[in-house]
Structure formats: structure tokens, C-alpha cells
Write a protein that binds this ligand. Structure first.
Ligand SMILES: Cc1ncc(COP(=O)(O)O)c(C=O)c1O
Length: 381
């Protein structure tokens, strides 16, 4: 018997809402988590249900380091990894450990809109840096640096949410060098680093942790399941020492110890690596479908850069079309998206919108984009 499982942001029945930024049910591998749990419990030691190590279970970190290194472009050592409860929690923790209210954080503009509230929770001033097709524009970055030096730089270097853009290798090096020269900390959100559908992106910023003030934030949310609430921070010994000195870590140990035992099984037996290979193929076919459907139904009106990884298409509409208004027409046509203004640091980008292809199958993507085309054509008239 199938039971309805509700979740925040769940679309109404019959609505194909490309605003949802999560994997679809068929991509959530219950069978793998079940097999891994069975293997863990078959040999579980009582002490594995105790607090464990502050930085994260040593066997988990060793297995994760090997997985990341084998995955390519993501070399890691167990000593440089710190277990988190996913990137959102890690970002909040990083703000708590390294910033004070009134400090400035630089982000790409547009960026992951749910990060804004985390920065506001810590009283940070958000300064947006534009992207120019190759990620953050570092000339503009340096101009802002002279005006209002940041304490923190939040970047999504590979397959940015929402633009899909990737920071070039040369810019990664320059950004890390700037963090060393100017003393700011980079919080690199590398959630989509391993989800590439053609060429891999340049190496993760995590591979530069010894060359600057880099905290590389990783997560199992998009390569296994968001509900696991498990991730990691990769950093040099000095920055990890700071994380380990936190009261909550000293009191309770690492943030998701039990879950790390289950995920370790999947890292060790290669099932997570196989799942990742399958996910890349499935997401690639969904990205292809969205690209085709957009050409068919919105080709004359919208422009976009086809993403080579990650979850999103970022659409530019003619300047006179307001995406927030279009949302009303889209809802009537039983479809949806995120308005670009939500992702903009200054609430601009009114004629832009974000579409996620992860939550729907190929036929649903074709149907949803056809509906969006109808809504847009009606609005453009
Ligand atoms: C750029 C980005 N960062 C972080 C997250 C959330 O990560 P987590 O589930 O690990 O908190 C998402 C999820 O959509 C995301 O797109």
C-alpha cells in the first residue's frame, strides 16, 4: 500500500512545478539504504551508538576521502574532513564560528536563495557579485573588495544554483590567492561538483584547502538523499581546529554520527559510486529533455545557457515580462518555477526565472514546459 508522504513546497496534485529543487521519488534509493542498514546492524557494536568522534567517525572519513579522490577532481584526506548534517547546517555553523553581526558576505548574484536567511540569521550584510558566463566576475569582486572587505565569500563554483555557471580553473586559483592575501574565508558550496553530465568541472575548491582560507562544503543530499541530512566540510588543520572548539561539538560530538555508519557501508562497497554514475545519466536525460522542450515552446521568447551539470536552467525573458506576474498565469496552467527575484541579492532580475529538472520524468518535463510556453505566450501578447 502506498502512503502519501507530504513535504514542504509539495506541488498540488496535477501541477508540474519546476520550482521544486529535490530529486524525484524514483531517484531516491530506498533499497540501497535498506541494504546498507542491514549490513551495518548485522555487525553493529554497541559503542557505535555512543557519541563517537567530534570530527566524525574515522572510518567514515577515510571511506569518504577515498570516494571523493576516486570520483576525480575532489582529492581529500581523512584528516581534512569534518562531518556535517548537510550544507545548510554547515553554512550556519561556519557563519557562527567565523563571522560577527555586521560583517560582510560576498555571494554570486544571483545565488541559492535559501542561503540568504542563513546569512541574515547571523546579521551579515550581503553583497552580490555578478557572473559573466564563467562564474563570479573577479574584476568586479576586486573592486568590491577595495570598497567593503568581506569576512566570508559564499560561492557555488560548479553548476551554480540558479545559473548553472561554473567558475574556471584560473578564477578558482585567483580566488584562493585573494583569500590568502586579504584574510577572508571562502565557503565553497560544492553540492553539484560531482553531478556533471558532460565534461567534469575544474577541481573542487576543496583541493585548494592548503593554499588559502577555504572551507569546502559537501553533501549527500544530491548524490544519495536529502533526508539523510549528512555532509562534510573539507578544510586545513587550522580551520578544522576552530570548528572542533565549538561548544556544541564538544558537548554532543559530530552532527549526524549514526547516519554516517549507514552511509559508510555504501562508500565502502562501491554502491554509492554506482548510484552516482546512474544519477548522472538520468539527470543528463532530464536536462536534455528540458533543453529540447524549451527550444520547442519558448525558443522565440526566452534565452538560456544549457547547464552541463547540477539541477537548474536559468531563463532570461524580455525585459517587459515580470516573472512574478507570470507565476500567476503559470499556476493557472498547472505549472510553476522560482521567480528570479528570489535569487537576486538586491531583489532584481524580475525578467528571469529558475527551472529545476530533478523532480520530474522526461514526459513530465515535456508536458510542464509546454504548459509554461502557453502561459508565457499569453503573457507576452
Ligand atoms: C546550492 C545549494 N546548496 C545547498 C543546498 C542544500 O544542501 P543540504 O541539503 O546539504 O543542506 C542546496 C539544495 O538545493 C543547493 O542547491
Amino acid at each position: 500500500m502506498s502512503v502519501h508522504v507530504s513535504f514542504d513546497g509539495e506541488p498540488e496534485r496535477g501541477v508540474i512545478d519546476f520550482g521544486v529543487g529535490q530529486p524525484s521519488a524514483d531517484l531516491l534509493p530506498v533499497w540501497l539504504v535498506r541494504a546498507a542498514s542491514e549490513r551495518f546492524f548485522a555487525a553493529a557494536q554497541p559503542l557505535e551508538l555512543n557519541y563517537g568522534e567530534k570530527q566524525g567517525d574515522a572510518r567514515f572519513r577515510a571511506a569518504l576521502a577515498e570516494f571523493l579522490t576516486r570520483a576525480g577532481g575532489h582529492e581529500a584526506r581523512a584528516e581534512s574532513l569534518f562531518l556535517s548534517a548537510g550544507i545548510s547546517q554547515a553554512l550556519d555553523f561556519v557563519c557562527q564560528r567565523f563571522t560577527r553581526p555586521g560583517d560582510t558576505v560576498f555571494t554570486e548574484d544571483p545565488t541559492y536563495f535559501l542561503a540568504f536567511q542563513i546569512f541574515r540569521d547571523h546579521g551579515l550584510n550581503i553583497v552580490g557579485i555578478p557572473q559573466d558566463g564563467h562564474g563570479m566576475d573577479l574584476d568586479r569582486f576586486e573592486q568590491e573588495l577595495a570598497r567593503s572587505p568581506p569576512r566570508l565569500v559564499y560561492t557555488i563554483p560548479s553548476f551554480n544554483n540558479p545559473t548553472g555557471q561554473t567558475l574556471s580553473h584560473a578564477r578558482r586559483e585567483r580566488l584562493v590567492a585573494l583569500s590568502r592575501e586579504h584574510g577572508f574565508i571562502i565557503a565553497a558550496d560544492e553540492v553539484y561538483q560531482l553531478l556533471h553530465y558532460a565534461e567534469p568541472p575544474p577541481p573542487a575548491l576543496g583541493t585548494w584547502v592548503e593554499h588559502g582560507n577555504v572551507l569546502s562544503l559537501g553533501s549527500f543530499s544530491k548524490i544519495l538523499a536529502p533526508g539523510m541530512r549528512l555532509g562534510w566540510i573539507q578544510a586545513n588543520a587550522d580551520l578544522i581546529r576552530n570548528l572542533l572548539a565549538s561548544g556544541v561539538i564538544i558537548s554532543g560530538g559530530n552532527f549526524n554520527h549514526f547516519c554516517s555508519h549507514i552511509v559508510r557501508q555504501m562508500l565502502e562497497d562501491g554502491s554509492l559510486a554506482r548510484l552516482l554514475a546512474e544519477l548522472r545519466l538520468k539527470y543528463a536525460s532530464r536536462a536534455d529533455a528540458m533543453d529540447q522542450a524549451l527550444h520547442q515552446h519558448l525558443g522565440g521568447i526566452a534565452t538560456w545557457q544549457r547547464p552541463q551539470g547540477g539541477y537548474f536552467f536559468w531563463l532570461n525573458l524580455p525585459a517587459h515580462i515580470n516573472a512574478a506576474d507570470l507565476q500567476v498565469a503559470a499556476r493557472e496552467a498547472h505549472t510553476g518555477f522560482q521567480a528570479g527575484s528570489r535569487c537576486s541579492t538586491a531583489g532584481g532580475m524580475h525578467n528571469c526565472l529558475r527551472l529545476c529538472f530533478a523532480f520530474y520524468t522526461v514526459p513530465e518535463i515535456h508536458e510542464g514546459i509546454a504548459r509554461l510556453g502557453q502561459a508565457l505566450n499569453a503573457a507576452a501578447r
